[in-house]
Design a binder for this molecule. Structure first.
Ligand code: FE2
Length: 400
């Protein structure tokens, strides 16, 4: 790593490795163009130097060029044996043992939810006990093997994308609630409220969710009715507690008061609805939609952080970043050594230093056994970028 004077940085410069503000904070990713805004930010914070191990691969758009030319030869790293790496290793083995049963249970949860959504839609007696049982079971699943939240994303839940979304969001909600030290009954409530938050959508045409075209204003307005419709349905038709139904009503409210339907802000919004706002948005970005591809977890997290305190409760967002990481659990990443890893453990203090399961060596060959790497142990190695399954050649459904 070598230091670059902030005074020498110019907008338009591109380096082939990340530029760091300090060992835990990246200014720009490898191959990402430096902007005037980035430079202004550094000056505003009084930062005079940044660090990179990369080379300048694109000159500034204007102004004098620089002669940044040194590059350290990256050395592949082998497995580490920190307490955290060992703990995650054994948890991962447990995940592998129980994965098939979990896969079957997930499909069962999806089926039960689908039946109940149908009942709600037809204004028939809703079986809220069966949905409560799913919540209890899912909380127990995640307590028993926390890494299940990685597997859940790759397993079939339902052919109905709204049901799959509800279950995925519920998994992230439980994970966040655990990080906040919520009790089990409280986590079950978080889960139940997330499973039901979009109930109002069942009364709207499915086309609104599956269409490839841009929605007309009238259709957008129809979608904006789903929190209130859902709230009323849950209270009247499903006999769900008001304290849980309120999450359906408020899950589209923004922390800055610019959400809907009531335009509530800050503490006026129920804490579970503030959790819902975060995990709903995060989870939706990872899902493929007819009009866009699924986003990488890293990009989804980056988007959340860029909207930050305007839309989300800052304390909850920080906790979510802490328990997921900047390269969130389940991300595939490329290391500066050329190795590819799957993020399996978040580091709340240092979101850029997770624990990885190594998936490919520096020659892109698979590892024969399970190898885990704690990036806290190898400070000379860093994450270059998040990478898709397709680009990495890793098939997580098969190789997890
Ligand atoms: Fe919604």
């Amino acid at each position: 790593m070598r230091k670059l004077k902030v005074a020498q940085l110019k907008p338009g410069m591109v380096f082939d490795a990340p530029v760091y503000i300090d060992p835990n904070n990246i200014l720009v990713q490898a191959k990402q163009e430096l902007s005037q805004k980035d430079i202004d930010r550094l000056k505003k914070w009084g930062i005079e130097e940044v660090e990179t191990s990369g080379q300048l691969v694109q000159e500034a758009k204007s102004g004098p060029s620089s002669n940044f030319d040194t590059k350290e030869e990256p050395t592949p790293v082998s497995a580490s044996f920190s307490a955290e790496a060992l703990r995650l290793h054994s948890e991962y083995e447990q995940l592998r043992k129980t994965r098939n049963q979990f896969r079957n249970r997930l499909a069962e949860y999806g089926k039960t939810l689908e039946q109940n959504w149908k009942l709600l839609n037809e204004k028939k007696q809703f079986d809220n006990q069966s949905v409560l049982k799913i919540s209890q079971a899912l909380v127990e699943d995640i307590f028993t093997v926390p890494l299940i939240i990685i597997a859940a994303r790759y397993n079939y839940v339902s052919s109905n994308p709204m049901i799959a979304h509800a279950v995925h969001a519920a998994c992230y909600g439980i994970h966040l609630g655990k990080a906040l030290n919520f009790s089990r009954p409280r986590l079950q409530e978080v889960c139940l409220s997330l499973l039901l938050m979009d109930s109002g959508m069942t009364r709207l045409p499915m086309d609104l969710y599956t269409t490839k075209k841009d929605l007309e204003d009238q259709e957008k307005n129809a979608i904006r009715t789903h929190p209130l419709i859902g709230y009323k349905m849950l209270l009247n038709d499903a006999r769900v507690k008001a304290s849980l139904a309120v999450v359906a009503l408020q899950h589209q409210e923004s922390f800055n008061g610019k959400g809907y339907p009531q335009g509530l802000s800050g503490g006026q919004i129920d804490v579970m609805a503030r959790i819902a706002r975060i995990v709903d948005t995060y989870s939706a970005q990872l899902e493929e939609r007819p009009y866009r591809e699924a986003k990488l977890p890293y990009d989804a997290m980056k988007n959340l952080l860029s909207l930050g305190t305007e839309q989300y409760d800052p304390k909850l967002l920080r906790a979510f970043l802490g328990c997921m990481g900047m390269y969130p659990l389940g991300s595939l990443i490329e290391l500066s050594t050329g190795q590819i890893g799957l993020v399996v453990g978040a580091n709340a203090e240092k979101p850029l230093r997770p624990v990885l399961r190594l998936m490919r060596d520096e020659k892109q060959l698979p590892y024969s056994g399970l190898s885990f790497l704690d990036l806290m142990e190898y400070t000379q190695v860093y994450i270059v970028r998040a990478i898709s399954e397709k680009e990495s050649g890793v098939d997580l459904e098969q190789e997890m």
